[in-house]
Each structure stands twice: as structure tokens, then as C-alpha cells.
Design a protein around this ligand. Structure first.
Ligand code: BTN
Length: 240
């Protein structure tokens, strides 16, 4: 792995910076100590205080069919899991690409792909991993950090290097399914203003969630739904 790394004390968003660099046509990693306008999925903001890892990898692909764009996501989520496993943690992926440790979210990933015809030209893979950053009050019950899980203040740069190594390792994507959590468990699917109680069956090769609803399998793309986990079991059994 031999990628240019640009490091900043503060950026509005490492994803937005990487987007501006696309015209250069070469891979680049962008790391910021903090972000003043960190972006999350579905238009949300992402808290990005000092002590967290805010990394975006701009990566070009010579020949990645659009039908395999899902591998960008599987690689990113599995790379985070491998990095966390190396420091003794037990991570789980909440479909499509949130990473959890101890039942709380430790990392979010925002992927923005650029297509050219039926190929992925390049991807912007933004990773926000809580290391020893303070978590805002409203996230205390649902988010965690490496520090909260290990009691140690890991060096952000060292973890970023490890993560980049896994992002460039062609074997990383395969591990996605072994980290996938909540298989067979009750879930709630939010689709527009509908709440659908279901059971998580699997994830297919296109990256769609396969859910079991009233004994039938249904597939959903990440763009059309949000997934809620740790759902009251009785509510799902009513629908079994
Ligand atoms: C989410 O969980 O909603 C996704 C969060 C993604 C956050 C990362 S931090 C680095 C990169 N820059 C951003 O503005 N967002 C991503």
C-alpha cells in the first residue's frame, strides 16, 4: 500500500475534501484531527471531536463493475472490524456498515461512489471511528469508543495506518459476512413512514438486506430503509 496521506488539524469534512481532489485522478487518504461539519448517512451530521479517527480514502478502480459496488462497503466495514480485533475488541457489523462493540456503535461509514457507465470510477470512503473523543451527551447510551471499551488511549495515527493496510488488502472484503451481527434476530425496518417487524435472515451478494416477514423473504436496499435492532421479541413473533 503506497497511498498519499494528507493530514489536517481541522476540515469541515474529510469526505468533501476528498471529493474536491477527484480531478487529480489518483488515490489519496485524508485524515483530520477533527471536523467542523462531519457528515453522516441520510443527511445527518457526525460528531467529530478531537481524539477520534476521521479518515477518508479516495480510491480509483481500473475495472470494478457497478454490480460489485457493494464490495467497497464490505471492504470498509470489514477493515474497521479487523483493526478493532487487532486491539482485542469483538466488533459486529450492523447492516449495512455501522460497526458496534459491546452493543453500542463505535464507527460509522459514509461511502460516496462515482460511476462511469456501468463501472465504479472511484469511491470516497469516509470512516469515523471513536477512539478517545468525548461523546456528546445525547449519544452516551448508544455510542461507545475504543477508550471506553479498553481503558487505553490508542494512537490515532497508528490505528489509521493499520486501517489503511486492511482497506488495501484484497482479502478483507470476504470477512464482512463473518462480522455481520443480529442474524436470526428480531429487527424493525423503517421504510418511509412504515414500521415493519421482521427477522434478519442474511445479506445477499448485492448488499441487500434479506428479511423474513410473515414467513416470506424480502430484500431491501440500504437506500430505501433504515434498520433498527434489539427489538422487543414479542412484536416480531406477532408477525411470524
Ligand atoms: C454515519 O454513521 O452516519 C456515517 C458517519 C461517517 C463519518 C465519517 S468521518 C470521516 C468522513 N468525513 C465525513 O464528513 N464523514 C465521514
Amino acid at each position: 500500500m503506497n497511498v498519499i496521506l494528507r493530514r489536517f488539524e481541522c476540515l469541515p469534512s474529510t469526505n468533501d475534501y476528498a471529493k474536491e481532489q477527484r480531478a487529480l485522478g489518483r488515490d489519496m487518504a485524508v485524515l483530520a484531527d477533527r471536523q467542523s461539519g462531519g457528515k453522516g448517512t441520510k443527511g445527518r451530521s457526525f460528531s467529530s471531536e478531537l481524539g477520534g479517527l476521521y479518515l477518508t480514502l479516495l480510491r480509483f478502480y481500473p475495472n470494478l463493475p457497478a454490480s460489485r459496488a457493494f464490495t467497497v462497503m464490505t471492504t470498509a466495514a470489514a477493515a474497521v472490524c479487523k483493526t478493532l480485533e487487532d486491539i482485542g475488541l469483538t466488533p459486529k457489523i450492523k447492516w449495512p456498515n455501522d460497526v458496534y462493540v459491546g452493543g453500542k456503535k463505535i464507527c460509522g461509514i459514509l461511502i460516496e461512489n462515482t460511476f462511469s457507465g456501468n463501472r465504479v470510477r472511484c469511491s470516497i470512503v469516509g470512516i469515523g471511528l471513536n477512539i478517545f473523543n468525548e461523546l456528546p451527551q445525547e449519544l452516551q447510551d448508544i455510542a461507545t469508543s475504543v477508550f471506553k471499551q479498553t481503558g487505553k488511549r490508542y494512537d490515532v495515527d497508528e490505528l489509521a495506518q493499520k486501517l489503511l493496510g486492511y482497506l488495501y488488502d484484497e482479502n478483507t472484503a470476504k470477512a464482512y459476512f463473518s462480522y455481520l451481527g443480529w442474524i436470526g434476530e428480531p429487527i424493525m425496518i423503517l421504510q418511509d413512514d412504515k414500521r415493519i417487524f421482521a427477522r434478519l435472515h442474511s445479506v445477499d451478494n448485492q448488499g441487500n438486506l434479506v428479511a423474513q416477514i410473515d414467513g416470506e423473504e424480502r430484500r431491501f436496499s440500504a437506500a430505501e430503509i433504515s434498520l433498527r435492532i434489539n427489538i422487543d421479541k414479542e412484536k416480531t413473533d406477532e408477525n411470524d
